[in-house]
Design a protein around this ligand. Structure first.
Ligand code: SF4
Ligand code: SF4
Length: 323
């Protein structure tokens, strides 16, 4: 039940193109050019070797056969880290993805040189740049954005460290002005990136809640946007991922879920999962032989916890629509 008393029997992508997109959330390693104080060490200390580029490219071929050739889906690779642009073979990794017709986005702190960003720009379909005040150089960050827009849709996450809130907010407003077409989020920080928020004043919370004057972004040029929830009596509502979480609509145990058909998650060690939630366990490791999913899975999680997982088709078993 949600706060309106409606029970959703299914959640489907509002945009049909998103329904046939396989979003591969791919952590290439855990080394980073920064060491943000609020980031767990395991996400930036370089203790896991960068993935072997040959294994990466071999997996591309398997993705292409399984999802594109046999299922007529679009593959969208979203690389993260650590800092994915630090992978010593990142240019080859991007070039090989483009050569296969995959779409590619990066979640990056934008720290590499302007020359580097100019070189990789032709291989990018979108970027998510995160502004980390402890290490970032404002002019450099802005310069990266200027290289990418308007050709590459850009989202900027601003991490709002409470102790430097005013300065970071001022930087965010300047970026808003510089990039009117970008979507920008003021991100509250959570301790160890878990559930507990850092201590913010009421005024700071209000500023983050209100966000920045926005733009609608480029939903047609992104791998995911909103879901349409359908109630048992046939009503349909368009829902944002956050809305699904905040309205407690994300208790979906027993629902049939397209995790593994529309999504994959690869961790820094190269283990492959259907989705971030890990439901179904590891299905294999890069460089080894294993079978990619060909059927939906029944959800066993108490909550569908993160935005990426929310934005996957799911429905009660009797309502299931396979795409
Ligand atoms: S840039 Fe990202 S991965 Fe690197 S230390 Fe900061 S939060 Fe962690
Ligand atoms: S938790 Fe995983 S399996 Fe369950 S609904 Fe969410 S994405 Fe699907």
């Amino acid at each position: 039940m949600d706060d309106n008393g409606a029970t959703y029997v299914s959640f489907e992508h509002t945009n049909a193109v998103h329904a046939r997109t396989v979003l591969v959330d791919w952590m290439l390693g855990n080394a980073c050019s920064y060491a943000c104080s609020y980031c767990p060490k395991s996400l930036h200390d370089g203790t896991v070797r960068w993935q072997n580029p040959d294994d990466v490219v071999d997996f591309y071929d398997r993705l292409q056969i399984h999802y594109v050739t046999h299922r007529d889906r679009r593959v969208w690779l979203q690389f993260t880290g650590g800092e994915p642009t630090m992978h010593p073979q990142i240019v080859r990794i991007l070039e090989e993805a483009s050569a296969r017709g995959f779409s590619v986005s990066l979640i990056s702190n934008a720290s590499r040189t302007h020359r580097f960003w100019t070189k990789i720009k032709p291989h990018l379909n979108a970027v998510i740049l995160t502004y980390h005040s402890e290490f970032v150089d404002f002019d450099h960050f802005k310069g990266v954005g200027e290289i990418l827009v308007p050709d590459v849709p850009m989202h900027i996450n601003i991490t709002m460290k409470p102790a430097e809130f005013g300065k970071i907010h001022a930087d965010a407003l300047e970026l808003r002005q510089a990039f009117p077409d970008a979507t920008i989020s003021l991100k509250p920080l959570r301790v160890d990136f878990a559930t507990e928020l850092y201590e913010y004043s009421d005024a700071q919370m209000a500023i983050m809640d209100a966000g920045l004057p926005g733009c609608s972004g480029h939903p047609d040029r992104l791998p995911r946007a909103t879901m349409t929830g359908r109630t048992a009596d046939g009503n349909r509502n368009r829902l944002r991922a956050n809305e699904i979480i905040l309205r407690n609509l994300n208790r979906l145990m027993g629902y049939r879920c397209n995790a593994g058909l529309e999504s994959l998650r690869i961790n820094a060690s190269g283990q492959v999962f259907r989705a971030t939630c890990g439901v179904g366990g590891s299905i294999g490791t890069l460089g080894e032989t294993f079978e990619l999913p060909y059927a939906p899975i029944s959800c066993t999680a108490h909550k569908c916890g993160c935005t990426a997982d929310i934005l996957i088709t799911k429905s009660r078993a009797e309502q299931f629509v396979r795409r």
